[in-house]
Design a protein around this ligand. Structure first.
Ligand code: SF4
Ligand code: F3S
Length: 366
């Protein structure tokens, strides 16, 4: 990216220098398991004069997924993300409301048919014709079925959109279903970014990948990006040495808990959960900003059907008593040279990288 191109978009970057912006793009490339040199291509893609249009549909959700995207600790990060895309429709973030917002959504979809990115947040109620979630008099079910075929890519954010999540828990009164079930048989690839909430860099990275390379990143058999979900939490957990040494928390608040021992005997689902939360953590708040980092066992929030309400069960009666010797193997690496290990390492670095960029911007604002 030359200086001129950067100057043209500087206003959208909230004072971030070209150098810091390039660092950020290189960190994002590494995060996706791509060579760092791909950062230049990412920078060129996201600074193109025409910002990519994103339509964000919300169905049965708690807004936690939007919160995780916005609740970064540094004010410039949301600018970096949101100013580089054109978020044409988002019920919570849009300035407009009511008919005005709906008209704008319809107009944007018409003008950008086949080119916009559709993000779906929340599960879709199907019982009684889908009446349990209506927007401007129309069901979320109808809106999704109408919008998805017109999108260039359909990306789910969170466990509700990806697996059904809490709204689909037994007895599932609204007939809540994940997006991929609604769109089954249409030939549309639905990319899942599960988690409750998900690691926000995963969605952002898929968007960046799609914009840069005009195709989706490598996906696993559950249509999750391999760069984000290719490794078990147990593989990257900082408490792993305690597991290997047989040092376990037996009760919340005991000596082992105070010393940061492994939470396996408290029901930790890290050995069967694929996610990069241990390396990326949440909201740029440092290495303890994820469940196990705070002393709470992973309850598998990013796995299909594993997690919800499991914590209560875990408190009452630990799921595991004797740790097994072997666990499920991590996914094989696949596609376009993607290295999930590299992505994991980059994940640990990206928080620091983004924080540095953000702090650089903050410094300039001060
Ligand atoms: Fe970490 Fe849980 Fe594995 Fe223990 S069982 S090492 S706390 S992921
Ligand atoms: Fe979720 Fe477990 Fe990570 S509960 S955020 S997958 S530690």
């Amino acid at each position: 990216m030359d200086d001129r191109s950067f100057e043209e978009v500087r206003g959208r970057l909230n004072g971030v220098s070209r150098r810091d912006f390039m660092k950020y793009c290189s960190a994002m490339a590494a995060f996706m398991g791509l060579p760092v040199s791909m950062g230049t291509r990412i920078a060129e893609a996201v600074t193109s004069p025409k910002r990519p249009v994103v339509i964000w549909l919300s169905a049965q959700e708690c807004t936690g997924c939007t919160e995780t995207l916005l609740r970064t600790s540094h004010p410039s990060l949301d600018s970096l993300i949101l100013n580089l895309i054109s978020l044409d429709y988002h019920e919570t973030l849009a300035a407009g409301a009511g008919h005005q917002a709906e008209e704008y959504r319809a107009k944007s979809i018409k003008e950008n048919e086949g080119k916009f990115i559709l993000v779906v947040d929340g599960s879709i109620p199907t019982k009684d014709g889908g009446v349990y979630c209506k927007i401007a008099g129309r069901t979320a079910l109808d809106i999704l079925k109408e919008t998805a075929p017109k999108a260039a890519a359909v990306l789910c954010i969170g466990s509700c959109a990806s697996w059904g999540g809490i709204p689909s828990a037994n007895p599932n009164p609204t007939g809540a279903k994940p997006v991929h079930e609604i769109l089954a048989g249409t030939g549309i690839t639905v990319v899942n970014h599960p988690g409750c909430p998900p690691v926000h860099y995963n969605l952002l990275s898929t968007i960046l990948h799609f914009l840069t390379f005009k195709k989706l990143p490598a996906l696993d058999e559950k249509n999750r990006p391999v760069f984000g979900y290719g490794r078990l939490i147990h593989e990257n957990c900082p408490r792993r040495p305690h597991f290997d040494a047989g040092r376990f928390v037996k009760e919340f608040g005991d000596e082992g808990h105070r010393l940061g021992y492994c939470l396996y005997m408290m029901g930790c689902k890290g050995p069967e959960t694929f996610n990069n939360c241990p390396t990326v953590c949440y909201n740029d708040l440092g290495p303890e900003a994820w469940p196990v980092g705070t002393g709470f066992p992973c309850f598998g929030c990013s796995e299909d059907g594993v997690g919800f309400f499991a914590p209560l069960h875990s408190f009452a009666k630990p799921t595991y008593v004797t740790p097994p010797i072997f666990f499920t193997k991590a996914q094989e690496e696949e596609g376009e040279g993607a290295s999930t290990l590299a992505a994991g390492v980059a994940g640990a670095a990206i928080g620091a990288g983004v924080a540095a960029v953000a702090m650089g911007a903050k410094k300039k604002q001060d």
